[in-house]
Design a binder for this molecule. Structure first.
Ligand SMILES: *[C@@H]1O[C@H](CO)[C@@H](O)[C@H](O)[C@H]1NC(C)=O
Ligand SMILES: *[C@@H]1O[C@H](CO)[C@@H](O)[C@H](O)[C@H]1NC(C)=O
Ligand SMILES: *[C@@H]1O[C@H](CO)[C@@H](O)[C@H](O)[C@H]1NC(C)=O
Ligand SMILES: *[C@@H]1O[C@H](CO)[C@@H](O)[C@H](O)[C@H]1NC(C)=O
Length: 360
């Protein structure tokens, strides 16, 4: 009896005030096991996580509402669940403010039995500015705080598809990579700053995507710190004009210094895309240069649209490069946007998308 009370008391002190919401109390323990290959999933909420392929998932970054059921389930599969971290950089130049932010996140993670944090700062930063150093310090201090408070915890940081100041994000990529467990490279939104012809193009053209990994590695960032992020969404562009060659000119929407950007289009889920392509004007087309699928459709007002996206054929060579370049793993934005319904065609598409993550 005394023994039992002692165990309860020590569990309560380890896990803080909150009772463990899982059926088995051991599922509230942080994941300790290191896995060589990461499959890093962003989850934006809802319950479709129940249909993920849990035999591959290693980390779930929860960008939706906290879901204790997801935490318990992920832990039962040996997968980590990590918080989202975002803060205006002007607020954390001040050291006390930075420490307060980190303490709050560590306490939140502990109270929710989570295994780390994914820092998603997509703000413009000038090289050498106070924010530049503060961001590097934030990542370093967050990693130290998490590692000492939660054994086995993981701290990751999201970076743009290229290290070359995309969207004016001039970060200290090398120091940030050294200061955390892994970088999630967002190999998508690659048309956020179009400087050439203002036309619809692939979200993540193959050659450009892969060359950017070589650039990260050439900076002397360990490939084992790089997780490749692939898009499970595409862009739907209204065409101002569709040339005979099928080139779709798009509205000039400037973004962070560029005259034109993918903001002229709308992001669409793979679930929507797979339905829309069946009633399109062209059916699925393939662009050899960008190694990506696309199609054209006419909306109810008669306007032509061009949709660029990724599918198993465009993702396979990227996933193969993860293996051949010896990267840490792969992941996607985001896990929820496949069609997880019972429809047999949907099931097939969904299984192929998951399996494409492991290469072909
Ligand atoms: C500290 O952070 C708060 C928001 O959490 C912000 O309003 C405030 O301006 C910050 N102070 C400094 C000195 O940056
Ligand atoms: C992180 O901070 C610690 C303590 O200040 C320092 O020793 C270490 O070198 C820093 N790490 C990096 C990668 O800058
Ligand atoms: C549309 O494209 C054609 C070439 O395919 C060009 O001759 C025409 O001027 C373009 N129209 C507009 C409004 O840009
Ligand atoms: C889930 O992934 C594994 C590989 O880890 C694969 O063998 C299996 O077929 C996948 N499950 C489904 C339902 O596709």
């Amino acid at each position: 009896m005394l023994w039992f009370v002692a165990v309860l008391w020590s569990l309560a002190s380890v896990f803080g005030e909150n009772p463990c919401p899982c059926q088995r109390p051991e599922l509230c323990r942080p994941i300790q096991k290191h896995r060589d290959f990461e499959v890093f999933v962003f989850d934006v909420g809802g319950k479709t996580w129940k249909s993920y392929n849990w035999s591959m998932v290693t980390t779930v970054a929860t960008f939706g509402k906290y879901d204790a059921e997801l935490m318990c389930y992920a832990h039962s599969k040996g997968a980590r669940v990590v918080l989202k971290g975002d803060v205006p950089l002007s607020h954390i130049v001040d050291r006390d403010n930075r420490t307060a932010w980190i303490t709050e996140k560590v306490n939140l993670a502990k109270s929710q039995f989570m295994d780390g944090i994914n820092i998603d700062i997509e703000q413009a930063v000038e090289k050498g500015s106070p924010e530049y150093q503060a961001l590097t310090d934030l990542v370093n201090e967050t990693t130290q705080a998490f590692h000492s408070a939660i054994r086995g915890s993981q701290v990751s940081f999201d970076v743009a598809w290229s290290s070359k100041g995309i969207d004016k994000r001039f970060y200290d990529y090398v120091a940030i990579a050294e200061s955390c467990d892994l970088l999630f490279v967002m190999s998508y939104d690659e048309q956020s700053q179009i400087t050439g012809d203002c036309i619809a193009m692939a979200n993540a053209p193959l050659a450009q995507t892969l060359a950017a990994y070589d650039e990260y590695v050439n900076l002397k960032i360990d490939p084992k710190k790089l997780v490749m992020g692939v898009p499970w969404y595409g862009y739907d562009y209204p065409c101002l004009n569709l040339s005979q060659e099928g080139v779709c000119s798009i509205a000039k929407v400037p973004f962070r210094g560029a005259p034109c950007s993918d903001a002229a289009g709308k992001q669409k889920t793979y679930r929507w895309i797979m339905q829309q392509v069946t009633s399109s004007l062209t059916g699925r087309l393939w662009d050899d240069k960008q190694q990506a699928p696309y199609f054209n459709y006419k909306d109810q007002k008669g306007q032509i649209h061009q949709v660029w996206y990724d599918d198993p054929q465009s993702i396979c060579p990227k996933a193969n490069a993860v293996l051949s370049k010896g990267l840490r793993g792969i992941g996607m934005w985001n896990g929820n946007i496949l069609d997880y319904s019972d429809d047999p065609v949907a099931r097939q598409h969904t299984a192929l998308m998951w399996n494409a993550l492991l290469g072909c």
